[in-house]
Each structure stands twice: as structure tokens, then as C-alpha cells.
Design a protein around this ligand. Structure first.
Ligand code: AKG
Ligand code: FE2
Length: 275
């Protein structure tokens, strides 16, 4: 598969895009070192996850991960705010992109498994299947993008192209939700796509489509995920946009004007919800 052309058109129709070589090798190397160090810290603390599983670390931008490593943190922040990212996301949203979260997906140290098929909207509080269905069918899903950038080769994410536009077929439903999700890690999902990413390649998808990851102990995974939402999205406080460390004195010091403006927009919008 090659880099997607007509990004917005493809995104709207298929729910994903692929960009080869989005990050140059030296950036990948630097980010990989950062992620390895954060991972080491988490394993020492025996808290690899901050919330949801043994295969993901959320909020790589916490200052506590970067003590004495100011430049490293700045580089991470610059990466998500860089024009090469923001231009792609902006084109797709037809709106200014807004920062949401930095995550690292990694292989777990035990209990390897194929992930669960899901749509991210099913993890909302007070989940109601009918509400979800109505939201998807009426295209009321708020714009969001999970941009996954491989730091080592990876083909661990799977997506069902076009599934963001429609409710589950009978076969899909049987896998995702039926019988209290008894079959949700099935390998029989029809129409799936698995993209083989090389370091620096990015795949981004609309997380309201059907997708899942794969988390095998012996399959090295280091995937940086930059999450963005469209600026038009109203404030809805959650664990992803709760980032009060952005208010710490000097947190944005030394960033480019472009990156400063990008994160200032985020802080101005959400700071009141961090009280
Ligand atoms: O591991 C993956 O690539 C899937 C991640 C995912 O489903 C999510 O972040 O919601
Ligand atoms: Fe997801």
C-alpha cells in the first residue's frame, strides 16, 4: 500500500489514511529512545499503563516522565504540533486540529493476545447501543483522529474500512457485541485491513469505525499515537484531555511559535475544566 492521495476524500469514505515516511529516521530514533525510557520508568514503578491495560501508556507528555530532559519533552511536543502533522489533520477535519493525547502502544510482558474489536464510542460512560447506533447512522460522531506512527515495524492494528459510516452488519455485530462480547477477539471479522508500517510510517483512523490492536508478548511493538480532535468540538472533560501539567510554569518554554500557539489553544479551551 502506498501513501494515500486525496487525504480528505479517502478519510471521509474509508475512515483511514496511510502516510509513508511521515517522520524522518532521526526523529523516529529520538522518539523511540524517549519511549524506551518512559517504559523503563513505568516498569520500575510497576505501573505500565496509567489507566487502561498493559499495552498502552497514556500521556507521554507528563513532566514526571522527563525530569532533567527538558529538550526531549520539547521535541515530543513539537512532533505533534509540526506543520507536517497539523496540515494533514487540518485538511482532513476541514478545521483547526486540537491536541488531545500522546500514547505509546507496546507489546505486553505477559498475557499476549489479539485485541478486542470495538468502536471507541462504546467506552463512553452510560453506554447505550441504540444511542451509539443513532449517532453513527446520523453521522453525529465528533471528529477525532488517532495517528499511529510506527517506531519499529508493526502491522498490529486492524481496521474495517468504511465501517465508520454504518452500523455493524450482522456478522460484525456477532463479533463486537453479541453475548456480552464473548467473541470480540475473533479473527473472522470480514473486510479487515492490516497495514504493515515501517518506522516513520503513519496510519490514522477514525476510531468510531471497527478496529482493534494486537498485543503479543514476542512481537515487539512501539507505536506512538498522536490523538487530535477538531477545534469545533465542544469541551467534554475526560481522562484524555485532563492535562493540568500544561499549566506548570515553564512547561511550554523553548517551543517554536507554532507549537506554542498549538498548545495555548488547547490550554485556553480546557484549563477551566482542570480545576
Ligand atoms: O492497538 C491498537 O492499535 C488499537 C488501539 C485502540 O483501539 C485505541 O486506542 O482505541
Ligand atoms: Fe480503539
Amino acid at each position: 500500500m502506498t501513501t494515500t492521495v486525496n487525504l480528505r476524500e479517502h478519510w471521509l469514505a474509508e475512515g483511514y489514511i496511510l502516510v509513508r515516511n511521515l517522520l524522518p529516521p532521526e526523529d523516529v530514533e529520538r522518539l523511540r529512545e524517549t519511549c524506551e525510557d518512559i517504559l523503563r520508568q513505568c516498569y520500575l514503578l510497576e505501573e505500565p499503563q496509567h489507566g487502561d491495560g498493559d499495552f498502552v501508556i497514556r500521556h507521554l507528555s507528563r513532566p514526571s516522565y522527563h525530569v532533567g530532559e527538558r529538550e526531549r519533552l520539547a521535541f515530543l511536543l513539537e512532533t505533534a504540533a509540526h506543520p507536517r502533522m497539523v496540515d494533514i489533520v487540518g485538511e482532513i477535519f476541514g478545521d483547526e486540529p486540537e491536541h488531545r493525547c500522546f500514547s505509546l502502544f507496546m507489546n505486553p510482558r505477559e498475557n499476549g493476545r489479539d485485541g478486542n474489536w470495538h468502536r471507541d464510542c462504546q467506552f463512553r460512560e452510560n453506554y447505550d447501543e441504540d444511542v451509539e447506533k443513532e449517532m453513527i447512522l446520523n453521522n453525529k460522531v465528533p471528529g477525532g483522529m488517532q495517528m499511529q506512527i510506527a517506531l519499529v515495524p508493526s502491522d498490529d492494528s486492524e481496521y474495517v474500512p468504511g465501517s465508520h459510516l454504518r452500523w455493524d452488519t450482522e456478522e460484525e455485530y456477532a463479533i463486537r457485541l453479541k453475548d456480552n462480547q464473548a467473541c470480540n477477539n475473533s479473527n473472522a471479522m470480514p473486510g479487515t485491513m492490516r497495514v504493515a508500517l515501517q518506522p516513520g510510517d503513519a496510519v490514522a483512523f477514525n476510531a468510531y469505525g471497527l478496529h482493534r490492536g494486537r498485543y503479543h508478548v514476542d512481537r515487539l511493538r512501539r507505536t506512538l499515537m498522536l490523538t487530535y480532535v477538531a477545534s469545533r468540538r465542544p469541551v467534554r472533560p475526560d481522562i484524555f484531555n485532563h492535562q493540568p501539567w500544561f499549566l506548570e510554569p515553564g512547561y511550554l518554554d523553548g517551543l517554536s511559535d507554532q507549537a506554542t500557539a498549538f498548545y495555548r489553544g488547547f490550554v485556553d479551551k480546557y484549563a477551566a475544566s482542570w480545576g
